[in-house]
Design a protein around this ligand. Sequence first.
Ligand code: NI
Length: 141
Amino acid sequence: MGRNEASGGLDRIGVAIDAALLEKFDALIASRGYANRSEAFRDLIRAELISESSADPAATVIGTLTLLYDHQTRLLSGKLTALQHEHHHVILSSLHVHLDHHNCLEVIILKGAAAHVRTLADSLIASKGVKHGKLVLTSSV
Ligand code: NI
């Protein structure tokens, strides 16, 4: 526990790192537009903490699920809607965009137990006719 944790202040740490590895890291973060190493380190640490906490099936997570599907696929729209109504208590919001004549883009924001959010997302993504789907989990670490 850092001495500044209670106040939310910054602690400074020194990290010993192989020069060749650091050179690759610097090139990577420059290509991603990071202004400095500190911000890149903080983002990496947060990503690992979110990944670790969402591994606990009971942990509360926030998820954004992106789905791309053809609404003309038989029974698909109804199935996706029925699944969402069945699990309405973990769905905070959804956005539907009619991309073109065939394709729909749906973005669903979920909040609930990690296991529940993942299972629902998997069911939606695996529905026949869904062309692409991806769940991104986050948390306020
Ligand atoms: Ni549509």
